[in-house]
Design a protein around this ligand. Structure first.
Ligand SMILES: [Zn+2]
Length: 237
């Protein structure tokens, strides 16, 4: 009887205080892979994942501010609510948390956000160059060209609003004079979006150096964007 009672107590405690171990582990793995791939310098960049509490309220698990990725552990991934208030963990959440929250509020389909400073994407952001629809895979997976969000001070609400505006319904956006933000259903999807943009930024940079950096034909881009939207809708059903 005592054991049964204890089990019941443990189960009710677990229900009251979820720790989102699986989701935080996904954030940790994607953050460490982002660093390993060289998409960020030092402790810059950040990764988050949408999670829910027992009442269905939206929260996010996010990497902490100014911590080396190599030595990051599961306990370092904090959970905050959409007002920025801490729910789990002691470390300071990423300073770009406002942009992540703004994207989650605007896009119900987004389950994860990643922000990187990868070299070629950052070069495009500094040059304020939109990456056109260059290759079929890019349009089908990212939803079209990668636009450039207007500059605003890092960590500000203005930057968060600019990012949401320029992102639209696509999977990635450049942040002027700053870097890149990619989104997906999971941290792995968001990582893939950031990798693909970095690759496309390299391709665009090299093709411009060769004197030609041309978009796919407009009718192809249009058809592929339609395909992207259909897939987005199907995934949400
Ligand atoms: Zn940044």
């Amino acid at each position: 009887m005592a054991t049964q009672k204890l089990k019941a107590n443990v189960s009710s405690v677990t229900k009251r205080t979820p720790t989102w171990r699986v989701e935080r582990a996904e954030v940790l793995a994607a953050a460490q892979e982002m660093a390993r791939l060289g998409l960020v310098v030092g402790s810059s960049g950040n990764v988050s994942r949408r999670v829910k509490d027992a009442k269905g309220r939206d929260l996010m698990a996010v990497t902490p501010s100014s911590r080396a990725y190599e030595t990051l552990t599961l306990n370092d991934i904090v959970v905050i609510d959409f007002e920025g208030e801490p729910v789990l963990g002691d470390l300071i959440p990423s300073t770009e948390s406002l942009s992540h929250i703004a994207v989650y509020r605007a896009r119900r389909d987004v389950g994860s956000v990643m922000h990187t400073h990868s070299t070629y994407a950052s070069a495009m952001a500094v040059a304020a160059l939109e990456i056109p629809a260059l290759i079929d895979e890019m349009v089908i997976l990212l939803g079209g060209p990668v636009h450039v969000a207007e500059y605003a001070t890092p960590s500000s609400e203005e930057l968060a609003a600019n990012v949401v505006n320029a992102l639209g319904d696509r999977k990635a956006v450049l942040m002027r004079n700053h870097g890149l933000l990619g989104v997906g259903r999971t941290p792995n999807d968001a990582l893939h979006a950031c990798q693909l943009v970095e690759h496309m930024a390299q391709v665009y940079s090299l093709s411009r150096a060769l004197g030609r950096g041309r978009s796919l034909p407009p009718e192809v881009v249009h058809a592929e964007i339609e395909l992207y939207r259909m897939r987005q809708e199907a995934e949400q059903e």
